[in-house]
Ligand binder design. Structure first.
Ligand code: ADP
Ligand code: ZN
Length: 296
């Protein structure tokens, strides 16, 4: 049985053919241009295979409310060519299979929970620190979905006393994404984040903000484990700094071994590396197939 998966990102779409155990048989990268350029290439890839369903983890914001007339659309994205793009409907009509749809970070959270760093648990939080910052939460095997999907990258933080950078979020200026994403680091320090490894103050400030955000996630949604991925987290020195600062900020208030003796297993990198998103997309495909069987 073949399943299709799409990890739809701001720079590239990763399309894959896999099975229900997460084994991947074929994969293709398509650059993210306008929908009318990118989508026909994506459809042509999947038409080469006989897939039973498709799963999509997409950049957003997206509409995940199945009751809404715009369910399955990318909504108010700053990538204007993609605003209001009916992603699910387009793929259903082109491929004539059930389509599962969620955010990119929800997809990565699912992938890591089932086959990566969250294996054996019934939930985890996956946060990406990359071009943007976003997180998906699974608790009791369910993705957290309220009026919309969470937007945990846009929380406001207490500023580091030595940091006076204005921030680059077009909506909030100095929210977490506005001061701690890859592009924010580049705008602040004048060089791509990957070239700042030798500047300790950059990472001290970065770890401070990420630890503050994690503190809020721990206090508000109490994740079973926190998995931190995305390009900026390739700076591995951040992990011990974030863990220590998170413990200091919580000051023992949440008195659990996960936050004390087992903190190294609580705040962790993804086990699937760059495959988390596509693995999750295949799980969304499998779920869509199951739901479709029940409803027919
Ligand atoms: P995306 O968010 O588009 O899916 P990534 O998660 O790879 O992609 O994030 C890209 C961002 O991560 C860029 O802003 C880049 O500067 C930053 N980045 C990539 N590699 C590194 C690295 N080794 N160290 C620090 N930052 C990095
Ligand atoms: Zn913001």
């Amino acid at each position: 049985m073949y399943l299709g998966g799409i990890e739809a990102g701001g720079t590239k779409f990763v399309c894959a053919i896999g099975d229900e155990n997460g084994k991947i048989y074929a994969r293709e990268r398509v650059a993210t241009e306008e929908p009318k350029v990118t989508i026909p290439k994506v459809i042509a890839f999947f038409r080469q295979f006989d897939i039973e369903s498709l799963g999509i983890g997409s950049f957003g914001p997206v509409d995940l409310n199945k009751e809404s007339p715009t369910y399955g659309h990318i909504t108010s994205t700053p990538k204007l060519a993609w605003a209001n793009f009916p992603f699910v409907k387009t793929m259903e009509e082109a491929l004539n299979v059930p389509v599962g749809f969620s955010t990119d970070v929800n997809g990565a959270a699912l992938g890591e929970l089932h086959q990566g760093a969250g294996k054996g648990l019934d939930g985890c939080l996956y946060i990406t620190v990359g071009t943007g910052i976003g997180a998906g939460l699974i608790a009791g095997h369910r993705l957290l979905q309220g009026m919309s999907h969470p937007e945990m990258g846009h929380v406001l933080l207490r500023r580091h006393p030595e940091d006076h950078f204005d921030g680059i979020c077009p909506y909030h200026h100095d929210c977490l994404e506005g001061i701690a994403s890859g592009p924010a680091l580049e705008a602040h320090w004048g060089k791509p984040a990957s070239e700042l490894a030798d500047q300790p103050l950059v990472w001290e400030i970065e770890a401070e903000y990420l630890a503050q955000a994690l503190m809020q996630y721990v206090l508000i949604v109490s994740p079973k484990r926190i998995i931190m991925g995305g390009g900026v987290m390739k700076q591995e020195q951040l992990f011990p700094m974030i863990r220590t600062r998170l413990q200091e900020l919580l000051a023992g208030y949440v008195d659990l071994p996960e936050l004390k003796s087992r903190i190294n297993e609580y705040v962790v990198p993804p086990a699937l590396g760059d495959n988390a998103g596509i693995t999750g997309a295949l799980i969304l495909a499998k779920q869509a197939l199951k739901e479709n069987r029940v409803s027919n």
